[in-house]
Write a protein that binds this ligand. Structure first.
Ligand SMILES: O=C(O)[C@H](O)COP(=O)(O)O
Ligand SMILES: [Mg+2]
Length: 415
């Protein structure tokens, strides 16, 4: 009989092997527990331990994680590769962000970052296209691609939704995007919206001479999503959109596989991410959600607006660095800045995060005093001015739509 105790999961001199997944947590131990005791429980519960000292007969595969570093409230834990089923994101998360998130040994715990070893990282397929969509699908050159989401986010009929898309495309935007809670409701059916939007897209392409596309939201149960992916491909679109957090990583992995059969790109909306990452001492950071998104193979991901827009708690610069960074040759992900953007914020956004992004504005297009078409023109003008290095004020002198937008919103941060 061998006794396994919590102490077996703590070794502050341990140097993780290259094959191990190393996770960094912020840990606030329970009031009756010191940091070493809490850290060893984190390593135990997230690998092969439990609350009791185990009596084990015979030899078992040693899958214990090791709490190998404590620095203030930061704890590093190394996980052996054999603990994981390769290519299975739900299984990985059930280890490193599973029971430990709710255990009484810690008052608060947050998974801040992961150092993915090559074997585990490359067992995931990663994105098909990533930031290359800017010039593979569009001909955007150095500029960010542009998108808009019709507002109100739900309630527009199919005809109204399509008309908004047409006005936005002909105003100069590249992408029409569904909102996160628009799928296949009675007021706006998925199939009709798909067919009619793509007909309007074709008209807009003919009229403008520019490539246009549509991010249609296929979010549903996994089987329905796969059927919708097939229909989107048959209809001749380049993308599907998925609410990756609400539908879950298993479904994202299934959609990614199906999209490869069709050569479709995936736009990822992150609705619900803040349930994991908004409270700064608890949950899973947006950085880790971005890592998971890349491994599971989305091509575009909402990453926020570097604190310029309406959403809180945004480490956009750090997240984007991870999306572009080298990961054993894996394709990158195009960050989509979204959430309260309008033309006046574009220059500062680009200054903070660069041009290898997409910019998305709903209210900042449809709230333009002269309507969607003028709003789309103003948003595109702001992007063009920024990329050519002209101030918005100067550019607006002979671009009246931009002038109206500046007069309305200036550079305000919306709430
Ligand atoms: O889904 C989104 O990205 C948001 O609905 C953006 O909307 P907004 O530009 O009006 O904030
Ligand atoms: Mg939205």
């Amino acid at each position: 009989m061998t006794g396994i105790t919590y102490e077996d999961f703590l070794d502050l001199d341990y140097d993780p092997a290259e094959s191990e997944l190393v996770c960094t947590f912020t840990v606030h131990p329970a009031s009756d527990m010191d940091m070493e005791a809490a850290a060893s429980r984190v390593a135990s519960e997230s690998s092969n331990g439990t609350w009791a000292e185990l009596q084990v007969d015979g030899t078992i595969t040693d899958l214990s994680a090791t709490a190998c570093g404590i620095d203030g409230d930061t704890v590093r834990v190394a996980y052996p590769e054999e603990l994981f089923e390769l290519g299975n994101m739900p299984q990985v998360l059930s280890c490193i962000a599973g029971n430990i998130m709710g255990m009484k040994a810690v008052d608060r715990i947050r998974l801040e970052d992961c150092e993915w070893p090559e074997g585990l990282a490359t067992s995931f397929v990663g994105p098909q296209f990533g930031s290359a969509v800017r010039n593979d699908i569009f001909d955007a050159g150095e500029r960010p691609i542009t998108a808009t989401v019709p507002k109100p986010k739900v309630g527009l009929s199919t005809d109204q939704h399509v008309q908004v898309g047409y006005e936005a495309w002909t105003g100069g935007l590249d992408l029409l995007k569904d909102d996160e809670n628009l799928t296949d409701q009675g007021f706006n059916r998925f199939d009709e919206r798909l067919t009619e939007s793509l007909a309007a897209r074709d008209d807009a392409q003919d009229e403008t001479g520019e490539k246009k596309s549509y991010l249609i939201n296929v979010t549903a149960d996994a089987n329905t999503m796969l059927e919708r992916v097939d229909r989107v491909a048959e209809a001749g679109c380049e993308y599907v959109m998925v609410d990756v957090v609400t539908c879950g990583w298993a479904a994202v992995q299934a959609v990614r596989e199906r999209c490869e059969e069709h050569g479709l790109a995936i736009h990822a909306h992150r609705a619900m991410h803040a349930a994991f990452d908004r409270v700064e001492t608890q949950g899973v950071s947006m950085r880790v959600i971005a890592q998971i998104s890349r491994l599971c193979g989305v091509d575009q991901l909402h990453t926020g607006t570097a604190d310029l827009g309406k959403l809180a708690n945004e480490d956009t610069v750090g997240i984007n660095e991870w999306l572009y960074g080298d990961l054993y040759g894996m394709t990158d992900v195009l960050p989509m800045a979204s959430g309260g953007l309008h033309p006046g914020l574009v220059p500062e956004l680009v200054k903070r995060v660069g041009t290898n992004i997409g910019v998305q504005a709903g209210g900042g297009v449809h709230g333009h005093p002269d309507g969607t078409h003028a709003g789309a023109k103003a948003f595109r003008q702001a992007v063009d001015a920024t990329v050519e290095g002209t101030s918005l004020e100067e550019y607006a002198a002979d671009h009246p739509e931009l002038q109206v937008a500046i007069d309305k919103w200036g550079t305000e941060t919306p709430r």
